[in-house]
Design a protein around this ligand. Structure first.
Ligand SMILES: [Mn+2]
Length: 210
């Protein structure tokens, strides 16, 4: 329906859990969830190192996604890169959901872990890992090749920084509320040698795409 904008907010249920490196007052990991005309864009950032300068870089990246989130992924990552020149830089993973199409595009630069869990028990594979390419946003970008996946109601996206042990998949019930999943993963799998952030989003909570 041209000109009519549907509100997709109710389609996403999300939650986050964070842990700050013990000797610091600010967390160098950050995240963003922003509504865009066709759905939502979510991203997790890990500023290089920890403390204030890491937090500054991660927050600047989040601001950039908030502001330019309706642009396609590749130019959006370039925006982040340009905004972060002169900072410590971040590694990041980002996913853009297109609700009318029932799809998600995602991309990872550096080592923010990304996993998509399928709600459909017969789905093969039952979960997929985001392919990450080495790089540091603000310093050096790899070739940017987002990949696209179809998504169905109940699918769960998890993004976690490297302060979380990447073998977290066995640690939770995928039907639990997103916030509960994030807290559980953090409690069980944080390395406690770095800042840590776990972001969980369940797609299609209220109603499926039309
Ligand atoms: Mn880290």
């Amino acid at each position: 329906m041209a000109g009519r904008r549907r509100d997709y907010t109710g389609l996403f249920e999300w939650g986050v859990a964070t842990l700050t490196w013990p000797s610091e007052s600010v967390c160098g990991d950050s995240y963003v969830v922003t509504e865009v005309p066709h759905g939502a864009v979510v991203a997790v950032f890990d500023g290089l190192g920890h403390g204030h300068d890491a937090a500054l870089a991660a927050e600047r990246a989040a601001e950039t996604v908030r502001r330019f989130g309706s642009e396609p992924i590749v130019p959006l990552v370039h925006r982040c890169h340009n905004a972060l020149i002169g900072t410590r830089g971040v590694v990041m993973s980002l996913a853009a959901f297109d609700a009318p199409k029932g799809s998600m595009s995602w991309i990872g630069i550096g080592n923010v872990e990304g996993v998509l869990l399928r709600a459909d028990r017969r789905a093969a594979p039952a979960h997929e890992h985001l392919v990450q390419r080495g790089g540091l946003v603000g310093h050096s970008l790899p070739p940017l090749r987002p990949s696209m996946r179809t998504v169905a109601a109940g699918d769960v996206l998890i993004l976690a920084t490297d302060g979380v042990n990447p073998d977290f998949l066995a640690e939770f019930d995928a039907k639990a509320p997103a916030k509960r999943i994030a807290e559980k993963i953090l409690n069980k799998c944080a390395t406690r040698r770095d800042d840590a952030l776990v972001f969980v989003m369940r797609y299609g909570t209220e109603s499926g795409p039309e």
